[in-house]
Ligand binder design. Sequence first.
Ligand SMILES: Cc1cc2nc3c(=O)[nH]c(=O)nc-3n(C[C@H](O)[C@H](O)[C@H](O)COP(=O)(O)O)c2cc1C
Length: 345
Amino acid sequence: MALILEPWQFKGLELKNRIMMSPMCQYSVSDEDGAPNDWHFVHYISRAVGGVGLVMMEMTDVVPDGRITVNDLGIWSDHQIPAFKRIIDQVHLYGAKIGIQLAHAGRKAESESLRPEAPSAIRFSPRYRVPHELTGDEVKRLVDAFASGARRAIAAGVDTLELHGAHGYLIQQFMSPLSNQRDDEWGNFTRFPVEVIRAVRSEIPSSMPLIMRVSAVEYDAKGYTFEQLLAMVEAFHQAGVDIFDVSSGGNAPVVPDRIYPGYHVPYGAAIKKAVGVPVIAVGILEEPALAESVLQQGQADIIALARGLLRDPYWANTAAAALGGTVQVPVQYHRAFKKSFLGQS
Ligand SMILES: Cc1cc2nc3c(=O)[nH]c(=O)nc-3n(C[C@H](O)[C@H](O)[C@H](O)COP(=O)(O)O)c2cc1C
């Protein structure tokens, strides 16, 4: 069988295959209360029915001002727990595992009613507002907010958590000279992420892997280099991150010169080799043969798909058809497939 359809285990997380639904903001919370609704229920359950091994719920913000828009998911209050639990329980029924991506948008808050807040009062671009420069006490309260978000996610039944340390949101803002020019202790680029990692780790079982998404490069000569990122990743691993989900960019208003299938893969492979941790590859990997070859070459351990799964919620079956494997659909749909494709004789 193809590697991508093989089970994968790390600590207490057992996946039926190596396909992950990448986190994708839906901007679909209806009454600004942060809790997921029926849209989110259908959206996530469809991909679990479709056969992915791990669903990573979208960027979910740990305080109200940590949202990009007032329609983002949030996990700042206990009242939000039951709506997450409803989705998580149902995803489990279809044999998939599920995590929540914990985040804070920082200076990238867009809705007028939200206060953009960041390490330094430097705006992302002229299209954005100048953020409030967080005081030391406010930074400490945000570390606690990440821990409280993790506690609520555990209460809702997650199998893992992902910290959003990429795409120019608050954690990456602390990591980068583009956005962090503080002269207090929080001016140390690893300090805030490390404190968040330790605080989150203290809320979750030791058997639960903690994932962190990072931007490998910033595409701006004044930002951090990949070598500097590697050193930060090593510190994050020491602090308690088990698996890195490797993306790029988002902290400067520039895009890479070339975007092509698998363009993040070499960065993830380099992190895997240097730090000795499992990595998740993401970025135009919906061609099954390409996804499979990334795993076969040992460049990554899990393949995450975003847009490919929006187009085809049954991508796991598409991959099985292309690579020669069995499908993993609920029994109600078995009549649509040949017995051999279901692994039956
Ligand atoms: C609609 C949409 C929303 C996204 N929201 C998030 C998000 O909440 N968190 C995140 O880390 N990345 C987010 N991303 C980025 C994806 O997770 C993924 O890294 C990116 O789309 C590249 O993967 P792909 O080529 O398979 O689409 C989003 C992408 C899309 C298309």
